[in-house]
Design a binder for this molecule. Structure first.
Ligand SMILES: [Zn+2]
Length: 282
């Protein structure tokens, strides 16, 4: 079932056990816009069935927030103009050449081009795989793009992100809602989860310039302003404590500055920033 955030904004909650991210729907007077297509044709079809139950204007646009498979593999199902930033467009080109039969999928997994989870979802949730070919986006933008759905403006912006270099966020000014997708998360390099320290503050600045009260995240569904501020504060405090690749030193520095032990979340972030130092020093 879709969650109703306001009269014009809905979302389908993320489902972690099936690697399904949050999907969004924004409705203007004339048209509707979708944020992320789902991780498979099945995920997309389930979303479209839910949308069909509502009395909303036709879906004219589909924004893909970044080129991670779980956010775009359902995009062939939408009769809509697909919008991406130019970096996402380049990354998607690799996927447009992939084949989806079992033999090819296993080869991509063996070459570390694809995760096992991705292969399994494709095998169970995409039908007619022998003929499946990912479509190309129709509308490519560089830094920002404004879409008017009829009395409902959506501002798309490519922002600096600790997750990928191609993150797009979608801000709906008159609802004070922003779809962040995965941009505020860390990333994994050579099996090591880390948070890009140099991008943290620029990213927070990029996001905080928008006057938002509700934040939709790719794998948490929804945060209000207090929860989001706590998240930024924990990340910032963790980052400030990390100045080398020593975890012990970082924890000591955190305790000294904050006069308390780090919370579990802060400890998780501290480790991720330490991992970033390890990666940067290589
Ligand atoms: Zn992602």
């Amino acid at each position: 079932m879709l969650n109703k955030l306001s009269d014009t904004i809905y979302y389908l909650s993320n489902q972690d056990d099936r690697d399904r991210p949050t999907l969004g729907l924004v409705c203007g007077d004339q048209y509707s816009l979708i944020i992320d297509s789902g991780n498979s044709t099945q995920h997309a079809q389930e979303f479209l069935l839910e949308i069909a139950k509502l009395d909303v204007p036709p879906v004219k646009y589909l924004v893909i927030t970044h080129a991670h498979w779980d956010h775009f593999l359902g995009m062939n199902e939408f009769d809509a103009t697909v919008i991406v930033n130019s970096l996402t467009n380049n990354k998607l080109k690799e996927w447009q050449n992939l084949k989806f039969d079992d033999h090819s999928l296993q080869m991509y997994v063996n070459n570390n081009q694809m995760s096992t989870m991705c292969m399994e979802i494709i095998q169970t949730e995409i039908s007619n795989r022998d003929r499946f070919k990912l479509r190309s986006p129709e509308m490519i933008f560089e830094n920002t793009l404004t879409i008017d759905l009829g009395n409902k403006v959506c501002i798309l912006e490519k922002i600096k992100s600790t997750h990928t270099d191609d993150s797009t966020i979608v801000y709906i000014p008159d609802e004070k809602v922003v779809f962040l997708a995965d941009c505020a998360y860390g990333t994994t390099t050579n099996s090591l989860f880390h948070y890009k320290q140099s991008l943290l503050l620029p990213m927070i600045e990029d996001i905080q310039k928008y006057d938002a009260e509700m934040f939709l995240l790719g794998h948490e569904s929804i945060c209000d302003l207090i929860e989001m501020t706590t998240f930024w504060n924990e990340l910032t405090a963790a980052s400030e404590a990390v100045t080398s690749s020593s975890l012990e030193q970082a924890i000591e520095s955190f305790k000294l500055k904050n006069k308390r032990e780090p919370t579990d979340d802060e400890l998780f972030f501290i480790k991720a920033f330490v991992n970033d130092q390890i990666i940067q020093s290589k």
